[in-house]
Design a binder for this molecule. Structure first.
Ligand code: ZN
Length: 192
């Protein structure tokens, strides 16, 4: 199993939203998000779904790729509309519900901790869609934010008590903002 902690820092920060459904949106997408694309082949999708869900990579075949992209777009559209207080995009909730209605990955107890056992792409997407249903129907949905750095655009859930967190990660965009304020050189915010 590949853990997010083992990824290099530029890649790792895509998967630090604290929610697997939001992490999925950081694997690429349409329009602006196309430059972030890392799910080119089923092997890429298998690898990163495994990282996001914290399980062995699920079995992904070519026809699954459109289902993965559809769920990713639905979650991204809904999260970004919530973050800016825009009306809910048509079809997003329906796409999430359809994926959630499939059988999810099966959780098991292994050495006293919860693990999700390996399955196929449909099961993996169901697990992620159920996370989205939970997030968007909870009070945390009001805490979905877009990183304040102009050149970033990553999503996160602000779980800070006052709800005033501005950056996707303190050790990346937060650090860059601090350096910028101090007149020191900063690295690009573009995700690798
Ligand atoms: Zn950021």
């Amino acid at each position: 199993m590949e853990r997010r902690e083992d990824l290099d820092p530029a890649m790792r920060r895509r998967f630090q939203t604290g929610r697997m459904c939001l992490d999925l949106t950081h694997t690429g997408g349409k329009g602006e998000a196309a430059r972030w694309e890392i799910l080119h082949e089923p092997a890429d999708a298998s690898r990163f779904l495994g990282v996001i869900i914290e399980t062995e990579p699920p079995v992904v075949v070519q026809p699954d790729m459109s289902s993965i992209r559809n769920l990713r777009e639905a979650v991204s559209d809904l999260a970004r509309s919530r973050a800016v207080g825009a009306p809910e995009p048509a079809g997003s909730a329906g796409a999430i519900n359809a994926a959630a209605a499939e059988a999810p990955l099966v959780p098991q107890l292994v050495d006293s901790s919860r693990r999700l056992i390996q399955g196929n792409a449909k099961q993996a997407l169901s697990t992620i869609a159920r996370d989205a249903v939970e997030l968007f129907s909870s009070t945390l949905a009001n805490r979905i934010r877009i990183c304040a750095a102009d050149d970033c655009g990553l999503l996160y859930v602000d779980t800070s008590r006052p709800g005033t967190r501005r950056w996707c990660s303190m050790d990346w965009c937060g650090d860059r903002a601090k350096k910028r304020a101090a007149g020191r050189p900063v690295r690009s915010g573009d995700i690798a």
